[in-house]
Design a binder for this molecule. Sequence first.
Ligand code: AHE
Ligand code: ZN
Length: 375
Amino acid sequence: TAGKPIKCKAAVCWGAGEELKIEEIEVAPPRAHEVRIRILYTGICHTDEYTRSGKDPEGLFPVILGHEGGGVVESVGEGVNSVAVGDHVIPLYTAECKECKFCKSGKTNLCGKVRATQGKGLMPDNSSRFTKDGQPIHHFMGTSTFSQYTVVADVSVVAVDKKAPLEKVCLLGCGITTAWGAVVKQPGIKGSSVAVFGCGAIGLGVIATSALVGASRIIAVDTNPGKESWAKKMGATDFINPSTLPEGKKIQDHLVEVTDGGLDFTFDATGNVHVMRAALEACHKGWGVSTVIGVAAAGQEISTRPFQLVTGRVWRGSAFGGVKGRTEIPGLVEDYLNSKVKIDEYITHHRKFLEINDGFHDMHGGDCIRCVVDM
Ligand code: AHE
Ligand code: ZN
């Protein structure tokens, strides 16, 4: 099949707010510095739903969504030497070229190499590899894992140990890595108090990783009472449901009271800007650090009194947990194989590819942490 177009099935979203439609599409061969991958499994993340729904200001249609995949390299374009045919791989929506200003800075994982074209739903040469009856379909996040075959830039993919089941480690393509990185790259969590807002896959991952690195107290916050047992299972020491607080009592004020002045570290894993404010204001005066992980809809803005910052709280954020995918994901896979990093625990739902829309519906239910789709 190398060098030839491949016909396969893909879940296409034709317009904002529409359900995905399984279509037979054509996937062009990889050009120079591109890799064509047979996707075997993919997770569904709220960001796929965010873009599907039309809330993403960068959203383009028609599009093949999906950014939490695992697969096998089918063929490679000219000049590709980082992965080879047959390698087990995870596509990366945060590329790592190792040579741009960002990559070389040593200060960030945000690679600049393909971000502009990725945001336009195109490959680095400004064109798409996906067509349906000749009509181009946009790529998404440089990954488009809701297709049986996808094409990605060689800087946007990493090979992993073949011993690791792809139906599990595909989740390292987004949620679990994002949560892990947000915690391990934040100095000082060991021995400190942490509050985590939102107990979806990201929030639970932040809890699990905070426990792993030795936080002294981990307070989980969620309005769904069903999340208490999940949070405790992952290592939370306390669970607070803000909707059970007395009328008019703000969650941040409650947290400051029960922690003798506030948390050392807080994390937002909701994408709700009011929750982000609460997370910042729940931090301890003088040193508390709040990390924004959740993605907020177009037009949303955060606010707080500047006095919160003047008095020593720090508001920060990270994308993909600050993780450099090509450098660090192989190690995370080994950590999973050595039972240091949990993945299986997050998988509550499985779906066949033809049921992918049901996977989206699963995600809206409070009992779904991650749904893995068998392509
Ligand atoms: N396109 C949106 C922003 C979306 C966003 O923030 N994406 C996160 C990853 S979400 C994973 O589920 C991210 O890492 N962004 C960094 C980047 O370069 O896109 C918008 O609001 O425009
Ligand atoms: Zn995601």
